[in-house]
Design a binder for this molecule. Sequence first.
Ligand SMILES: Nc1ncnc2c1ncn2[C@@H]1O[C@H](COP(=O)(O)OP(=O)(O)OP(=O)(O)O)[C@@H](O)[C@H]1O
Length: 353
Amino acid sequence: MLNKEPAIAVTGLRKSYGPHLVLDGIDLTVPQGTIFSLLGPNGAGKTTTVQILSTLLKADAGQIRVAGHDLAAEPDAVRAAIGVTGQFSAVDDLLTGEENLRLMADLLHVGRGRRRQTVHALLERFDLADVARKPVAAYSGGLRRRLDLAMTMVGEPRLIFLDEPTAGLDPRSRRDLWQTVRGLVENDGVTVFLTTQYLEEADQLADRVALLSRGALVAEGTPDQLKRLIPGGHISVRFADETALTVRIGDAGIVDSLRSVLEQLDAREAEVAGLSVHTPDLDDVFLALTGDAPAAPTAGVGSPAGPAIPAGPAIPAGPAIPAGPTLPTSPTAAVITTTTATTTATTTKDPAR
Ligand SMILES: Nc1ncnc2c1ncn2[C@@H]1O[C@H](COP(=O)(O)OP(=O)(O)OP(=O)(O)O)[C@@H](O)[C@H]1O
């Protein structure tokens, strides 16, 4: 692959299943050595995209270059340069982790001498040495995904497709896998094309994110650029008397809104037990741009459980003055909800980031 050529360059990708149009003219570019995340709800066409880019499925139309090769003209060269790890792990349950890796090395014609070294290095690298001699049937979901990734790396791919790699994993295993994926990019310079339904996963891992909705990419950019696409966010105030209110951040921005809220609280000598600021996250962007609800992360990842505070454009506009502890509305902030403190959900950033 030429040094500057993107790992993936796609224009006008279209695909239908019979009358069902799934991809309606997708354009995307993934620079080498970066993580690109295709984000979309169930059935948006993420797996279809991965299958096309990894030569498993034919596109109906489009110019596609992967790993420096034209996909239609040189599918074998593309296949030799990529690795694919799917939602459904390809590992053999009856074999041990080590045997699975050896089998993969044999399939890829890794010479006998090098095979031993390769398998050993991957077991160490993916933190699988302790369980190498155990049958995979006894592995946890997280271990299995790590083995799956290690098997993908036997072929030393320059580009890896990860199709919903952490679906069904517990939060801890999900974070471990994120760390492993980051390592592949940082240490090996591998390019990663990741599909996910988890907004937090895209936020944590991806250099660039594209939102796929109803066959089209509705937005593309860095996570921060996407978050800037929508205004707002909110400030949550919890009072000593167990009531709470949520104040929408207006066009004037966080600092002015916060100042205005604090001044008003001060003027009223309100007894405040806690205050938090929620800046827009990818969840808000997704909701605003697609109208679709993305997948709820499993417990412990993303927003804490509890009733969701409407986000972004879903927040009713205008100064709705609720019952209970009221603050005068101002040009910079409008009260949007009051609740009892115990039922208020506040979205916070992942501290582990
Ligand atoms: N072989 C097929 N034949 C007909 N329709 C299909 C086929 N494969 C997928 N589809 C349909 O195409 C659409 C896109 O499916 P795809 O699996 O690409 O979505 P996805 O975004 O990966 O969803 P998920 O997150 O559920 O995996 C869905 O409506 C699906 O039902």
